[in-house]
Design a protein around this ligand. Structure first.
Ligand SMILES: [Zn+2]
Length: 169
């Protein structure tokens, strides 16, 4: 018997008959921590796209597994406004962003993930990455870089926190 508990409903079970690739999996982008995910890849993929950059990097067809928290943090560190159309990213922006996504994810993994209400380490202790978040969950508080009040906005239904001073369109 398998018991599956997915309270945030982000998971999926896919039936894959022998041979061939499932349609959902076939459309997935590269894993963020692999060599396939490069600035050049992100730059090429984003040409002509009007989607907000935050939504773009959270799209599994672009790159898999960049969650809301990591998208917020990476864009802040790169001074990129989360609503900037993906197609307006320069190659330099794309390189910076890819480096930062890799770094943020690697740090989070090393520190045992980020604690959300129902997400803890296997031993029941909270993840420690949450203590080091710069902007996520900190709307209304001063920006750690410039002191401006951090703002929040919904992008693709997901809460997005950014600094109006540091992150330009
Ligand atoms: Zn700022």
């Amino acid at each position: 018997m398998i018991r599956y508990n997915d309270p945030r409903r982000f998971g999926a079970w896919l039936w894959q008959p022998k041979g061939g690739e499932h349609a959902v999996l076939g459309k997935l982008g590269p894993e963020p921590l692999t060599d396939d995910f490069t600035g050049e890849y992100l730059f090429d993929k984003s040409r002509g796209k009007r989607t907000a950059i935050k939504q773009f990097i959270m799209d599994n067809a672009v790159v898999v597994g960049v969650g809301n928290i990591y998208a917020n943090e990476s864009l802040f560190i790169c001074n990129i406004h989360p609503k900037r159309p993906a197609g307006q990213l320069t190659l330099n922006d794309a390189n910076l962003l890819v480096d930062e996504i890799k770094q943020v994810l690697a740090t989070a993994i090393k520190q045992g993930g980020t604690t959300l209400k129902d997400f803890t380490q296997t031993d029941g202790k909270p993840g420690y990455f949450a203590q080091e978040l710069l902007v996520y969950g900190k709307q209304g508080k001063p920006c750690p870089e410039c002191g401006e009040i951090l703002q929040s906005v919904k992008i693709g239904q997901r809460n997005t926190v950014f600094c109006p001073e540091c992150q330009k369109d």
